[in-house]
Ligand binder design. Structure first.
Ligand code: ASP
Length: 464
């Protein structure tokens, strides 16, 4: 294993070292060659002789040399290794690099995104992207340890599963063992996390991958995205909001010290008031929209339980109802409005809470229905056919064996970090995002299956 990192080279003044890295830049000065050698921790200057002239940028090298303090005048205060340089005695080219298909020394916004995604492994060498990946990992680590310290446990839920409608189209995976049947990739772990409450877990979380076959939009990722999925038993909406607020406030303080949260506690907006005042349920409450470091969090609550059903709704089909759930069908009605379910369902408020940051909806959740009779009523109101109801009979049954009242939330990791970092697109946060045309980065999936594969699955493809 490589033992010395660039950032630690100043600790070895006067000593011989071996350093592995990439040639970030090369400057020829007749008999002397200056290199900047880069690794994940930074860059350091190396001085060598004519033998290094043939080195190409981005080649991977091993430098053997002496660490020397730079003369006072030549100190570069802009980099942490600026007080030293390495006098190379020997070097080895471990891998010579061809000219790159795009520059990687800029922030990259100016480069055609298709090219960036085709060469994502080079794009991620870019300083801004390397930093985004590091912050993403640190954020997930922070979230995990915060929640573990609050007595949550992380539980995996299946990826090959049954539809959990969150209002989008499902991705289907054909089954070989049961020809003609399909798994659906989860749009969220919603049903499993509720079943984990029946299981007595009480405090669950998961850094969960979710799959939704939606048309690409700027603030949505095509295909898959990651959310912090969490669920708790014996809680109120206030408890969920408070925990989320403490988690992200502490995370921002620790990992994003330049950012300032404009208002604490985060304002809680009533849905109807927000619509009246801002014309949206996710208003951008920043005091100064030009300030890249301002973070204006808010909660929107008291949503109507139902919205009007549209033709694309999963629930459509029976054609008998004008109602679709505004969050999802497991969201509990406001306790004061239960009676209205029979008389005026359009007026029922749901116990839904949306988390808003700088004008983006970065998370949503709710208190759930735990009374099978109310759950059945909601299925009726959204016009479920008997067959559709049957697909959720396991939930209704589970709720007959002792279910704690429960609720949760699922902030999007990609979306939240995009808003915190002020990035223009989710694709700046996701390591290997799909292109706007729905192709995966680098490998350009989807691609046709072989005839043998199709035969095994009992599938025939009709050409369009
Ligand atoms: N499953 C919901 C979603 O993905 C979040 C939740 O209700 O916890 O939006």
């Amino acid at each position: 294993m490589k033992t010395l990192s660039v950032i630690d080279t100043p600790l070895h003044i006067g000593k011989s070292i071996e350093l592995y890295g990439w040639v970030e830049t090369k400057r020829d000065h007749r008999k002397i060659v200056f290199l900047d050698i880069r690794d994940r921790t930074g860059i350091v200057q190396v001085i060598g002789d004519e033998r290094m002239k043939s080195l190409t940028p981005e080649s991977v090298v091993l430098i053997k040399g002496l660490v020397k303090k730079r003369p006072e005048k030549l100190i570069n205060p802009k980099i942490p290794t600026g007080e030293i340089e390495i006098e190379a005695q020997e070097f080895e080219v471990l891998s010579a690099a061809n000219a790159l298909p795009m520059p990687i020394d800029s922030d990259g916004y100016e480069i055609d995104e298709e090219v960036r995604l085709k060469y994502r492994y080079l794009d991620l060498r870019r300083k801004r992207m390397a930093r985004n990946m590091r912050l993403r990992s640190q954020s997930v680590h922070f979230i995990r340890s915060f929640l573990m310290n609050h007595d949550f446990i992380e539980v995996d839920t299946p990826i090959l599963t049954k539809a959990t409608p969150e209002g989008a189209r499902d991705f289907l995976v054909p089954s070989r063992l049961q020809k003609g049947s399909f798994y659906a990739l989860p749009q969220s772990p919603q049903q499993y996390k509720q079943l984990l409450m029946v299981a007595g877990i009480e405090r669950y979380f998961q850094i969960a991958r979710c799959f939704r076959d939606e048309d690409p939009r700027a603030d949505r990722a095509y295909g898959e995205f990651t959310q912090l999925d969490l669920e708790m038993s014996f809680v109120t909406q206030k408890d969920i909001m408070q925990l989320t607020e403490e988690l992200f406030t502490k995370m921002i303080l620790e990992l994003f010290p330049d950012k300032k949260i404009s208002q604490s506690p985060w304002p809680r907006l009533n849905h109807a008031d927000a619509m009246k005042k801002y014309g949206t349920d996710k208003p951008d409450l920043r005091k100064d929209k030009k300030d890249p470091n301002e973070l204006a969090f808010a909660w929107t609550i008291d949503f109507p339980l139902f919205t009007e059903q549209s033709e694309e709704d999963y629930f459509h089909g029976s054609g008998k109802s004008k109602f679709a759930p505004s969050h999802h069908m497991f969201t509990a009605p406001h306790p004061d409005d239960i009676k209205l379910l029979d008389t005026d369902p359009g007026k029922v408020r749901g116990q839904q809470h949306d988390l808003v940051l700088n004008g983006y909806e970065v998370g949503g959740g709710s208190i759930r229905i735990h009374d099978p009779a109310i759950q059945k009523k909601i299925f009726e109101l959204i016009g479920f056919s008997e067959k559709q109801k049957g697909q959720f009979s396991h939930m209704l049954e589970a709720f007959t064996y002792g279910v704690p009242p429960h609720g949760g939330i699922a902030p999007g990791i990609d979306r939240l970090l995009m808003a915190i970092l002020g990035e223009p697109s989710l694709r700046e946060i996701i390591p290997f995002p799909a292109t706007s045309g729905g192709k995966t980065s680098i490998m350009s999936a989807p691609s046709p299956a072989t005839d043998a594969q199709l035969e095994e699955l009992g599938i025939s493809v009709t050409e369009k």
